[in-house]
Ligand binder design. Structure first.
Ligand SMILES: NC(=O)C1=CN([C@@H]2O[C@H](COP(=O)(O)OP(=O)(O)OC[C@H]3O[C@@H](n4cnc5c(N)ncnc54)[C@H](OP(=O)(O)O)[C@@H]3O)[C@@H](O)[C@H]2O)C=CC1
Ligand SMILES: CC(C)(CO)C(=O)C(=O)O
Length: 339
């Protein structure tokens, strides 16, 4: 049973997590684990939010920066248990976040609002009840305690992971949390976030990843907005990336709503990319800010599964190597500066 004022914890709150925290704070008791730079700015001036989710300053988000602070506050009162714990860190931080906050996970529902393939499999090692999600909206955080929400082309999709008919490791059907999922969707909608249920969230996650596989590394490597990948040379590269991914998905029996790669590519080039023309992807932002990217969970996942299924993935392997080169170049120059 969800409390009257739902209690939501957001773990790894940056551009996406703080934007969601800001929206949910209208109807929920929201806490967020974020970096100190954001926590300090928010406690001093509030969270500044601009863009298509509205322009406002939000004062009622409780920010924490370390697990011990949080646990100290939670210890005496059982009634502070969260209704939902939402992870919005980069995929490369999911394991660390789970390790750090696993004491909160017992009997809780953990929601992953992240890009990439494999987050839910990591969370599964720490929690039983998982809601997967896809978000096709563009976010950035130009300053500490400041978020900007730009183009949005699809509703936030949420579903019981891996799908409605879950089984445990003994192949027994296990109880679902349908009503909690429905309530979470209502909470999002009431807070102004367009959300809907997905009956097969595992497939939906692959469907969303196709966009990230196609545009994230190219926009990051070439320092361009999403719309620029419609250049004919880049379109042929994207065609290679997507065709390989469909072969891998088909070997893994992941079905999508598209008949095949050509069908998806028409949608990508004619509808999806134009709807994000001026956006800068999360991987572009990572490379610009000298951060590690999520390549291992995006194109890297295609390469890994391709190896398992004995399917060649030269386009995805090449793009991974280029991103790794870029990441290493940055960390090498940081080491030289430190010396
Ligand atoms: N930005 C976008 O437009 C979109 C992003 N997504 C996906 O959503 C997810 C989040 O992306 P985004 O919000 O852009 O990423 P951000 O990097 O802006 O946010 C994640 C935040 O979590 C922080 N963090 C990581 N580990 C911890 C920890 N242990 N304790 C406290 N804070 C921590 C990071 O800090 P630090 O950087 O210092 O490690 C960072 O501030 C990703 O999977 C991304 O691909 C999906 C759709 C669109
Ligand atoms: C949808 C898109 C392209 C929005 O920015 C995204 O998922 C990302 O940047 O990682």
């Amino acid at each position: 049973m969800i409390s009257k004022e739902p209690k939501i914890m957001i773990l790894g709150a940056g551009a996406v997590g703080l934007s969601i925290a800001g929206m949910l704070s209208k109807n929920c008791y929201v806490s967020a684990v974020c970096r100190k730079r954001h926590a300090d700015a928010i406690s001093q001036k509030g969270l500044y939010k601009s863009g298509i989710w509205g322009e406002e300053i939000i004062h009622d988000i409780r920010c924490y920066t370390k697990s011990d602070e949080l646990f100290e506050e939670l210890i005496p009162s059982d009634n502070k248990k969260f209704d939902f714990i939402i992870i919005t860190s980069k995929s490369s931080d999911t394991e660390k976040i789970c390790e750090e906050y696993q004491n909160l996970f017992k009997n809780n529902i953990i929601v992953s609002i992240q890009n990439g393939i494999g987050n839910e499999e990591i969370i599964e090692k720490y929690a039983e009840n998982i809601i997967g999600a896809t978000i096709t909206t563009n976010f950035s955080s130009p300053k500490d305690g400041f978020v900007k929400v730009m183009s949005e082309s699809e509703p936030l999709k949420l579903g019981i992971y891996p799908c409605e008919f879950r089984k445990n490791s003994h192949n027994n059907s296990i109880p679902d949390y349908n009503s909690e999922l429905e309530q979470l969707i209502e909470i999002f909608k009431k807070s102004g976030i367009n959300a809907k249920r997905s009956k097969n969230i595992r497939s939906a996650i692959w469907e969303k990843s196709l966009l990230n596989i196609a545009v994230n590394p190219l926009t990051a490597l070439l320092s361009i907005p999403v719309g620029d990948v419609l250049d004919e040379n880049l379109k042929s590269l994207i065609t290679g990336l997507i065709k390989e991914t469909f072969l891998v998905m088909s070997a893994k029996k992941i079905t999508t709503k598209w008949a095949g790669p050509e069908d998806y590519l028409n949608y990508l080039f004619d509808i999806l990319i134009p709807s994000f023309s001026n956006a800068y992807t999360s991987m572009y932002q990572d490379i610009q800010l000298n951060r590690k990217t999520e390549i291992d969970f995006i194109n890297g996942a295609v390469v890994r599964f391709g190896k398992e299924q004995k399917i060649e993935t030269p386009f995805n392997s090449c793009i991974c190597s280029l991103i790794k080169y870029q990441e290493n170049k940055v960390s090498l120059s940081q080491c030289t500066q430190d010396q």
